[in-house]
Design a protein around this ligand. Structure first.
Ligand SMILES: Cc1cc2nc3c(=O)[nH]c(=O)nc-3n(C[C@H](O)[C@H](O)[C@H](O)COP(=O)(O)O)c2cc1C
Length: 406
């Protein structure tokens, strides 16, 4: 375990004690007023004991008017500050880093739980029969764009004050930052749309705002798509250009993923043969990215065996290994690797046989959220949990929040 167990210094000077990161997974276990719950905090206590170098929280929303899921945590001011402090305290004395992932869903937001949906442009999601649950977005005004940029900075600063040790911008998976980057979802004619330089203005300003509010020594990372995998979308070569300029801006850790709700490559891979052969979905991309940036790279998606992780680190393709679903079923994942207790971390794909839902992860994601809930309640993961429970849990959460919204 020579490479996985070794520590790593980020450009800002912060040190990750090993190369294992828990990637962001939306827990959806905040309160209906979007505060952290004891269950959420407990889950992080469990994960911190498992000794990873970095825990990235599930997406924390920066605006309560824009929720991805009914029970997302929202941080836009000092409401619930004590709970944020309790959350940050879960890593105290462990040297484990804990970073919130900051997000705005843009058009990937359910109409049932948001009064109004805003996005770069009014482009509907193309998701067949389920498109209807996403209301058509209203294009943001420039004033609103600046307000959102400010909010990213405010949330990062507040969470720093609460004790979080860094932060990550969610720039992937078709949410707002990624919507600005993609020519499919961004058809603006002003300085926020059109050329790549214009489409990337939003992410650049978000980074600069956060940096100005948290200072030069605080880690800021980003999760970015290697591509949307859609015709006419954000391409691999555009993604490389963005990686290059974010590197020159001073980004501390660049996490590579891919896809969006229309094309969920983040949990399914790009379906290329090389993906199946190589286990991790975006290894091809990261090898190319390695040549254009010397900034730290984190790769997430598909890693399951310790050998593949160790080889990727040894070959210098990347610096940190990101894992999502395995952390829900193996909460001690990093320590299990160091103790040589496990060599492979399988993560099943639960389905219920409704093709449309199964295809977009409509059961899989809530199923893993329920596993996180179990960890937070002091229970063991339950790999044989029926998928239907996950679906019912989602429906109940949506109905309750929609009732509160009205
Ligand atoms: C339940 C669940 C929730 C997720 N929520 C987020 C999220 O909030 N932000 C994010 O960037 N990725 C999210 N993801 C994607 C993961 O971070 C990761 O990219 C993906 O699961 C692939 O990694 P894996 O194969 O190790 O699971 C989520 C995945 C799952 C399973």
């Amino acid at each position: 375990m020579k490479y996985i167990a070794s520590n790593f210094t980020l450009p800002c000077g912060a040190i990750l004690k090993n190369r294992i990161a828990k990637s962001a997974m939306s827990e959806n276990i905040g309160t209906l007023s979007n505060a952290p719950t004891k269950t959420l905090i407990n889950a992080y206590e469990v994960w911190a004991k498992g000794n990873p170098g970095l825990l990235i929280t599930g997406n924390v929303m920066i605006d309560r008017k824009a929720l991805g899921e009914p029970r997302n945590v929202v941080v836009e001011d000092y409401t619930h500050f004590d709970l944020l402090k309790a959350w940050a305290k879960t890593v105290k004395g462990t040297d484990v880093h804990l970073w919130p992932q900051l997000n705005h869903p843009g058009r990937q937001a359910f109409g049932t739980i948001n009064k109004e949906i805003v996005a770069p442009s009014a482009v509907p999601l193309k998701m067949g029969g389920v498109s209807k649950i996403f209301k058509l977005a209203r294009p943001l005004t420039e004033e609103e764009i600046f307000d959102i940029i400010k909010r990213f900075g405010n949330s990062a600063r507040i969470m720093k004050e609460a004790g979080f040790t860094g932060c990550q911008i969610h720039g992937a998976h078709g949410y707002l930052v990624s919507q600005f980057l993609s020519p499919i979802s961004n058809i603006r004619k002003d300085r926020w749309g059109g050329s790549l330089e214009n489409r990337a203005r939003f992410v650049k300003e978000v980074y600069r705002e956060i940096r100005s509010q948290v200072g030069p020594d605080y880690p800021i990372g980003i999760k970015i798509n290697s591509a949307d995998f859609q015709r006419g979308g954000f391409t691999e070569s555009e993604s490389m250009e963005v990686v290059q300029f974010l590197s020159s801006e001073g980004m501390d850790l660049i996490e590579i993923s891919g896809g969006n709700y229309e094309k969920p490559a983040m949990v399914k891979g790009s379906r290329k043969q090389s993906t199946f052969e190589r286990e991790a979905y975006f290894l091809d991309y990261i090898e190319k990215a390695r040549k254009i940036t010397d900034k730290p790279l984190l790769l997430t998606g598909g890693f399951r065996s310790v050998k593949v992780m160790e080889d990727a680190l040894e070959e210098g393709k990347l610096d940190v290994i990101g894992l999502g679903r395995p952390f829900c079923l193996y909460p001690n994942l990093a320590q299990d690797i160091f103790d040589e207790k496990e060599t492979c971390f399988e993560a099943p794909v639960p389905t219920i046989g409704i093709k449309l839902l199964d295809k977009i992860g409509g059961v899989e994601l809530p199923w893993y959220e329920l596993q996180i809930q179990r960890l937070g309640k002091g229970k063991n993961p339950k790999p044989n949990l029926p998928g239907i429970w996950a679906l019912l849990n989602t429906i109940i959460g949506m109905l309750l929040k929609s009732f509160l919204k009205n």
